[in-house]
Design a binder for this molecule. Sequence first.
Ligand SMILES: Nc1nc2c(c(=O)[nH]1)N[C@H]1C(S)=C(S)[C@@H](COP(=O)(O)O)O[C@H]1N2
Ligand SMILES: [Mo]
Length: 348
Amino acid sequence: MSTPNQTDRQHPPLPPGQQLVAVGKWPLIGERQPASGNQPWQLAVSGSDETNVHFSLPALHKLKQTSLNMDIHCVTRWSKLSVEFTGVLLEDLIRSLTVSEGIEFVSFVAQSTRNHSTSLPLLEAIQQKTLIAHTCDGQPLAPEHGGPLRNVVPGKYFYKSVKWLKAIDLLRADRLGFWEAESGYHNAADPWLEQRYMAPTLDRRTAARLIADRNFVGHDLRSIDASGRDLSNLMAQGASLRNANFNESNLQDADFSRANMSNSHLRKTNLQFAKLIGTDLEGANLAGADLRGADLTDSSLIGSSFCEFDGQGRAVLGARIDSTTTLPRQILEPLTPDQREYFLAQFD
Ligand SMILES: Nc1nc2c(c(=O)[nH]1)N[C@H]1C(S)=C(S)[C@@H](COP(=O)(O)O)O[C@H]1N2
Ligand SMILES: [Mo]
């Protein structure tokens, strides 16, 4: 399978497992503001034969400008179609430079307290039409979305697009980005191939022991397979359970307070009286889960699913809630419209 480019629309409009945000919505993901400093804004480029290469914003505006229309696909399963970014193509930016011998990768580095970055093979970044963008839909890029400058990479999950871009490092060896290292997000990030996560790092013996003990507290159990298990009363406060598979498991009375369960698989799980307080459930699938008595106070639900629909838009596998479910209405706000409607129909 190949990655479609912007003019190739024979593919379905949405990559697998993605759902559309409401018109006009653009969720904020990850860091919310740049680290202070870098005023007036400067973009540094390393890895060329020239020394000390910097571009000010006015200097970037003097280079050839390109506008491209792209679809945003977040790894946490929300998509926003047709956003127009304007700026300088990476290809045009580095054309004026002599890239040093042996360079094969590019790292995009943010002005960020955690030194946020992401990387790609240089050739791929160029082929994907990576843009150093200062303008979005005709307006200066908003600070919360990375203004004054971010890179955008059409055709990759959006974590390859770094907000508050301060440096482009041309490298001989790859340097894994923040989310790729921290969360196990796939380094290739092709949404059409659903390259969301690298292979699990957890060994099976450890996983089996933790499952037997029903104690996940504070552990890093990304991508663990705990499907079809009896895990009632599981203790999992603060655990990292990104992409964990709990499909059809019994999680009655489990405590997932403050756990990271983004993109976890909770289809048809029994979550009766489970504590999902302050839990990150972004992109999680809870279709058909039993949430009676469960507490979802302060959980984060960007891109989460609670219901599957048939071809006619009828709810076929909805999560079960009732008056004993604690689900404050404001936490439903970031759900996609069809998912929200499913709940609102339950409340009536
Ligand atoms: N500096 C910085 N850039 C970042 C992130 C971040 O946390 N810090 N998160 C990434 C992720 S995971 C996504 S989905 C997009 C979100 O961009 P948005 O907040 O404009 O929607 O930014 C990407 N770039
Ligand atoms: Mo993301």
